[in-house]
Design a protein around this ligand. Structure first.
Ligand code: HEC
Length: 228
């Protein structure tokens, strides 16, 4: 099965999201280690998070497109024509199996239907490690390998095409800023998005097969790169 076979109108925006890769810092924003202290939930942090959400096309899938004033900004799937189809099925073979319907969720801080009930760390962990906030406790994750450290042995990963394998390379401060914006910079909007479908291993096999590369990425230059 190929998780990348996705039939949907926003394939173009999906492609565009994979070109945004930014550098990583090992400095957790919530602590003072490394000398950089980011004031949690300050206006600047929220505004920085908003900028990252805009430039990383979150609205392209989660609603509102590229306009924070737009209808359904980050409110998740609203229309039955919007779900993704992931798996063997695609535009040419809509009935091929397996075929899973996945749905972009409500990212507004609504307590019942959005991110309101999760902490900023749970949102951070979903962007850095792909761990579903529903199924992952509010703890600092100490490894990227299932079963090592406190990384769950059987992780519940976010369904494709959520591009967390790319987002995880963003700097800690950037991910904290996004979490701060989603929790404190957006008005709650009630929109219950149906659960995504998926394989029984919660996508572990798909992500293992995908060439995600190590995290953190190998140092520059790899065999494909050069400085000239
Ligand atoms: C290509 C489409 C796509 C893009 C772009 C995208 N997402 Fe997602 N996102 C999804 C899908 C689909 C899910 C649902 C995954 C699931 O159900 O397991 C999801 C789930 C999430 C979740 C988990 C929410 C929950 O309640 O479980 C968070 C948090 C999230 N996305 C944040 C973001 C942010 C922040 C951005 C931009 C930096 C972004 N997403 C961009 C498709 C996308």
């Amino acid at each position: 099965m190929e998780a990348s076979q996705i039939s949907r109108q926003c394939v173009a925006s999906l492609l565009s999201v994979f070109i945004f890769v930014s550098c990583r810092s090992s400095t957790p924003a919530a602590s003072s280690s490394g000398g950089i202290q980011v004031a949690q939930d300050s206006r600047e942090q929220v505004v920085a998070g908003r900028q990252l959400v805009l430039t990383h096309d979150c609205g392209g899938c989660h609603g509102g497109q590229h306009n924070p004033a737009g209808k359904g900004w980050l409110a998740g799937l609203m229309s039955p024509t919007q779900p993704f189809h992931v798996g063997a099925c695609n535009v040419d073979n809509p009935t091929a199996k397996p075929c899973y319907v996945t749905r972009a969720r409500n990212l507004t801080p609504d307590n019942a239907t959005g991110l309101g009930r999760f902490t900023e760390r749970q949102i951070f962990n979903s962007l850095r490690y792909g761990l579903r906030p529903e199924d992952t406790p509010d703890v600092e994750i100490t490894s990227t390998t299932p079963g090592q450290g406190n990384f769950p042995l059987n992780p519940h990963y976010l369904a494709p095409p959520m591009p967390w394998p790319s987002w995880r390379h963003m700097a800690d401060q950037e991910l904290w800023a996004i979490a701060a914006y989603l929790k404190h910079g957006v008005k709650p909007f009630t929109n219950k998005v149906e659960e995504s479908e998926g394989p029984s291993d919660f996508w572990a096999g798909v992500y293992a097969k995908r060439d995600m590369g190590p995290y953190p990425a190998l140092p520059f230059p790899t065999a494909n790169e050069q400085l000239r």
